[in-house]
Design a protein around this ligand. Structure first.
Ligand code: NAD
Ligand code: IPM
Ligand code: MN
Length: 358
């Protein structure tokens, strides 16, 4: 197995967590004799400072030449008031567009080992396992016209039948391999985009008679997701709703730092933790690397089709959490916690041990 992986650490905690994910991939490659070739490139604020652009040509080229891209995070407060083309986030959005992946899979689970980390009552989160399928290339993020003119700002939400259909298929396919239920989340009582969304999703559902479809309005769904997370299996939604709901869902597991994502359906798959650059903890070596590590498990699953190795990483994460390893986000009031590197190397060791004993 040969794989070319572009590694874009980005800003803040991005490079700290991607280093741990790469370390885990190297361990898997060593044990199995796979050839994973890693090429580092710059994106976001670091790229603006060095090259004047959040997505330099060279970075884009490296990504397009790779089998998969692993990205940490972008963003820094110093760019907050810059024009759009000088913002780190613009580089990430341009990269997503160039790679073409339209379906962003964001799994959320309640780890048994972390039942104390979620502020939600244990009996409510116990067993929760939700797959958010977020449409990633449409909606308000990319709609035209957009901009600020005089005292008026404009963004446009627009969705075509084609854009809805293709992401709906991914959600139903996911559900087929899970608990066979899709909850499509929209705002069809107000927005035309959501009315078309509901219509098209209902049509696509006819091709998946083994999967149950329900529709929900985003406002009350946001409440139900926290009130009864085990009621949901696959959650299908548009770009901005998916962005917001996935950070909300992080509360189920106990930390945003745990959440991984895979963006599939395009030319090159993109893997990134759900969290951002976390400027408040950057440079301290205390970020949770599990989101990034779980993202490379998804890389092995979706790009490399190495399901066993993907599961091995996920089991190693589970084992290390059961062993009591905790970054600060999981034990906010404790005085003792593990560093990013301690958690990363524990997962690396666990992967190597489990792979050898197989
Ligand atoms: P954030 O996700 O960076 O941080 C939110 C909170 O979660 C912070 O308290 C942070 O310390 C904590 N957190 C995040 N990741 C963590 C981890 N791995 N371990 C432990 N704690 C973690 O969101 P924000 O503060 O709203 O945004 C900061 C910057 O990140 C902004 O510039 C934003 O645009 C950018 N951002 C980038 C991405 C991305 O690159 N994919 C995603 C979200 C936000
Ligand atoms: C995410 C982030 C990005 C998004 C930003 C940084 C562009 O919040 O990946 O969730 O909104 O998609
Ligand atoms: Mn987000």
């Amino acid at each position: 197995m040969k794989l070319k992986i572009a590694v874009l650490g980005g800003d803040g905690v991005g490079p700290e967590v991607t280093a741990e994910a790469v370390r885990v991939l190297r361990a898997i490659a060593n044990v199995n004799g796979y050839e994973f070739q890693f090429t580092e490139a710059e994106v976001g604020g670091v790229a603006i400072r060095k090259h004047g652009s959040p997505l330099p040509e060279k970075t884009l080229h490296t990504c397009l030449e790779s089998d998969a891209v692993l990205l940490g995070a972008v963003g820094h407060p110093e760019f907050d008031s810059m024009p759009r083309d000088k913002k780190p986030e613009t580089g990430l959005l341009a990269l997503r567009q160039a790679l073409g992946g339209f379906a962003n899979l964001r799994p959320v689970q309640a780890y048994a080992a972390l039942s104390d980390s979620s502020p939600i009552k244990q009996e409510l989160v116990f067993g929760a396992d939700v797959m958010i399928v977020r449409e990633l290339l449409g909606g308000l993020y990319f709609g035209e016209p957009r901009g600020i003119k005089d005292d008026t700002a404009t963004n446009t939400m627009s969705y075509s039948r084609y854009e809805i259909e293709r992401v709906a298929h991914i959600a139903f396919q996911q559900a087929r391999n899970r608990r066979k239920k899709v909850t499509s989340v929209d705002k069809a009582n107000v927005l035309e985009c959501s009315q078309l969304w509901r219509l098209v999703v209902t049509e696509v559902a006819k091709q998946y008679s083994d999967v149950k479809l329900e529709h929900a309005y985003v406002d009350s769904f946001a409440m139900r997701l926290i009130q009864a997370p085990t009621a949901f299996d696959v959650v299908l939604t548009e770009n901005l709703f998916g962005d917001i709901l996935s950070d909300e869902a992080a509360v189920i597991g106990g930390s945003l730092g745990l959440l991984a994502s895979a963006t599939i359906g395009g030319e090159v798959d993109l893997y990134e933790p759900v969290h951002g650059s976390a400027p408040d903890i950057a440079g301290k070596g205390i970020a949770n690397p599990v989101g990034a590590i779980n993202s490379v498990a998804m890389l092995l699953r979706h790009t490399a089709k190495l399901e066993q190795d993907a599961r091995l990483i996920e089991s190693a994460v589970n084992a290390v959490l059961l062993d009591g390893y905790r970054t600060k986000d999981l034990v906010p009031s404790a005085r003792k916690f593990n560093t990013t590197a301690e958690v990363g190397s524990a997962i690396e060791r666990q992967c190597a041990d489990m792979a050898i004993s197989h």
